[in-house]
Ligand binder design. Structure first.
Ligand code: MN
Ligand code: MN
Length: 292
């Protein structure tokens, strides 16, 4: 019998009921301060995912053995960030209410706030692990509180002091770095603080957000605000896999703007990070808890 052409991310073809992870795209880039284009990321990534193998030789795990549901892309209001955030929050709430893990593909970084609101409501002691080139701690940007340059400041409103670990940061206002000293655990330039972060976050409910511009633009130019001096692909992949062994209750990768890298290499990098994260999150279910 012929089937309809319904495209999912590679290997993410479980039903909602049987899935443990639910993917969703948040194609929104209205508060992007420099070059827009992240609204196309989830759609392009879905199509390009077939260029990847389902098998990961890094982890000896295969996407064929996962149970992941791809719930598609949200239809978000471009003119109203708060409305878009409400729609994202609703999707994340629905997934969390079914005791599944919401995994979002951005979009610009502001989209994380919608998912973090949902996770913080379910998990009062929510912690955040944040990889980024940028502080994202602006209280206001061009007169608005809701902006991708301030997403972690708005997340702090929800989770409070010492609950946000920021790694890879190499750009921001002096005031943001000063503010971070008292309110977040900010580690500059690289991901070497991961062992400390892992120890501190062990057992806590963690929302893991990766702004892909944490990578150096020489390997990841397809992003709106490229910032040189970033980490290598391998450094990010290893840290992302490690982070996914925490008690992750929500997750996202954001800020791929596929049109800004016509070679497709940035999209390929984002997809490989996504595959490795999904596999690590699924590992306990694939191998069984005694094997991990
Ligand atoms: Mn960011
Ligand atoms: Mn950034």
């Amino acid at each position: 019998m012929l089937s309809p052409n319904v495209e999912t991310f590679l290997g993410c073809d479980a039903s909602f009921d049987e899935a443990r992870i639910v993917l969703y795209g948040a194609p929104f880039d209205s508060t992007t301060s420099f070059r827009p284009g992240t609204r196309f990321a989830s759609h392009i990534m879905r199509g390009e995912s077939y260029g990847l193998e389902t098998y990961s030789p890094y982890q000896d795990l295969d996407m064929e053995d996962t149970r992941i549901f791809d719930s598609g892309d949200l239809e978000l209001c471009f003119g109203d960030a708060e409305q878009a955030l409400r729609d994202i929050e609703l999707r994340a709430r629905e997934i969390l209410a079914a005791n599944k893990l919401p995994f979002m593909i951005g979009g610009e970084h502001l989209v994380s706030l919608g998912a973090i609101r949902a996770a913080a409501d379910k998990y009062p002691d929510l912690h955040i692990l944040h990889f980024d080139a940028h502080t994202d701690l602006r209280d206001e940007y061009l007169g608005t509180k809701l902006t991708h340059a301030g997403v972690m400041r708005r997340a702090w409103d929800l989770v409070g002091d010492e609950h946000i670990w920021q790694l890879g940061i190499r750009s921001g206002l002096r005031e943001e770095f000063q503010w971070a000293r008292e309110h977040t655990r900010l580690h500059k330039f690289d991901l070497k603080a991961m062992p400390d972060a892992m120890a501190a976050l062990k057992g806590k409910p963690v929302y893991f957000t990766i702004d892909l511009d944490v990578m150096d633009p020489s390997v990841f130019p397809g992003t709106g605000t490229p910032e040189y001096g970033g980490v290598s692909f391998k450094e990010l992949m290893e840290a992302a896999i490690l982070g996914c062994s925490l008690n992750i209750v929500g997750c996202d990768v954001v800020e791929l703007a596929p049109g800004l890298d016509q070679s497709g290499a940035s999209t390929a990098a984002a997809l490989k990070i996504l595959r490795e994260m999904l596999l690590k999150l699924e590992e306990p279910f694939i191998r069984g808890p005694q094997m991990v």
